[in-house]
Design a binder for this molecule. Structure first.
Ligand SMILES: NC(=O)c1ccc[n+]([C@@H]2O[C@H](COP(=O)([O-])OP(=O)(O)OC[C@H]3O[C@@H](n4cnc5c(N)ncnc54)[C@H](O)[C@@H]3O)[C@@H](O)[C@H]2O)c1
Length: 395
């Protein structure tokens, strides 16, 4: 099959196995170029390991610290003449490359919110590793089937309390327009918190604890975002922001639990705004990211998922020294994004953006390239005219 990108709104419905493998290799090469993380974790569980920050965390742990990794993800498998999702191919490529270097890697494709997957993963830890000393929680999901009630909660990206109007961009067509988003109902807020809040993270840690597979001194980390005022109504103060407040509250309880186990710790890392399958679905944010990328590239401070996660592990989680926390007890690797000169420039450019000057004032071209790369397109050295086998078995 010759595989070409087919973009539908904010998703690309095709993905390229060799391209995804090349993308994985680029990330591995980057992590290796930064040297060994000597005090790194040994046995790592990554929940949400197939794309974005979770994938970058898994690559950093494996190729930066020689960690054994278990990955949990929810991807569409490939079939005869039918493509799998990018995360499917990413995981196959990661696993091949990890095992080629003698690194343990085991995968679970299924619903991380379910009790069933938790049990399967715990059994695997017991069988193969004994315990885990790092648990990365990096799920981004539009829905959750509650394991106790069977209710399906759907997350929404909406403001809270009042409608929100701002400029947004159709990243595929390059059209800038104004949108107004009506505020979420109380039920929508509760549903979003149920999906993207901290309940499931806490359930994972409690299940691991009760099974006796948390190593002494274990660390657990989850990811959050704050961003600039221009996005607050839709992000920080919106439904997703309320879910992140719930995540931070869970973090405090998980931290207290882990502290009783050989001085472990739980933390929330606030990461940079990045092109990901999750962020491309948020209104307004892709326009902000396009401006941000232009400014940060010009300043030489631009990072992608892998640079962010390598920096998080090497300078905060496993530097051999205490992590640096902000006033709310969070680790910040969004620090370069939030630098005052960058944010002042965003503020100045924001009201000037139109469809006509989009390419000149923003890095929409870089945004699109980054977006396609997530699906394995636009990678050097890949022949996109060549026939390729879509059906690849999970390893
Ligand atoms: N992208 C950003 O700009 C940004 C910035 C800061 C923080 N974050 C946070 O980082 C975290 C990860 O986001 P991302 O952008 O890397 O997302 P992503 O969409 O790239 O990755 C989500 C992962 O979750 C997995 N997943 C989704 N539902 C699942 C389920 N039911 N069971 C098992 N696995 C499931 C997917 O397979 C994938 O591995 C989120 O908490 C997000 O809020 C993102």
């Amino acid at each position: 099959m010759v595989i070409k990108p087919r973009v539908r709104g904010f998703v690309c419905v095709t993905s390229h196995p060799e391209g995804c493998a090349a993308h994985i290799q680029q990330q591995i090469d980057y992590v290796k170029s930064k040297g060994t993380i000597a005090a790194g974790p040994k046995n790592v569980l990554v929940i949400g390991s197939s794309t974005g920050f979770g994938l970058a965390s898994r690559i950093t742990a494996a190729f930066g610290a020689g960690s054994k990794t278990i990955g949990v993800f929810f991807e569409r498998p490939s079939e005869e003449d039918r493509l799998g999702t990018a995360g499917w191919y990413n995981t196959i490529a990661f696993t091949e490359k990890a095992r080629a270097e003698g690194l343990y890697a085991r995968n679970f494709n299924g619903d991380a919110f379910s009790d069933e997957i938790k049990t399967q993963v715990i059994d695997a830890i017991k069988e193969d590793l004994g315990s885990v000393d790092l648990i990365v929680y990096s799920l981004a999901s539009p829905r959750r089937t509650h394991p106790d009630t069977g209710a399906v909660h759907r997350s929404v990206l909406k403001p809270v309390g009042a409608p929100y109007s701002n400029r947004t961009v159709d990243t595929d067509r390059g059209i800038v327009s104004d949108i107004t988003i009506e505020p979420a109902s109380d039920a929508e807020i509760a549903d979003t918190v149920a999906v993207m809040g901290g309940d499931d993270w806490e359930r994972w840690i409690n299940a691991l604890d009760q099974a006796g597979v948390l190593a002494d001194g274990a660390t657990s980390v989850a990811y959050s975002y704050i961003g600039p005022e221009v996005t607050w109504d839709i992000y920080k103060n919106g439904t997703i922001g309320l879910a992140k407040i719930d995540l931070e509250a869970a973090c405090k309880r998980i931290d207290a639990l882990l502290k009783t186990k050989g001085y472990g710790r739980a933390l929330v890392s606030v990461n940079k705004a990045l092109v990901s399958q999750a962020s491309s679905a948020i209104p307004v944010v892709p326009l902000y990211i396009s401006i941000l990328y232009k400014l940060m590239k010009a300043k030489g401070t631009h990072e992608g998922c892998i640079e962010q996660m390598q920096r998080l592990f090497a300078t905060q989680l496993y530097s051999g020294e205490a992590a640096t926390y902000d006033e709310a007890g969070r680790v910040r690797v969004d620090d370069w994004e939030m630098q005052p000169d960058i944010q002042a420039a965003v503020k100045e450019i924001w009201p000037q953006i139109t469809t006509e000057n989009l390419e000149e004032l923003t890095d929409i071209v870089g945004y699109r390239a980054e977006f396609l790369k997530m699906f394995g397109f636009g990678l050097d050295g890949i022949d996109y005219e060549a026939d390729t086998e879509p059906n690849r078995p999970m390893l």
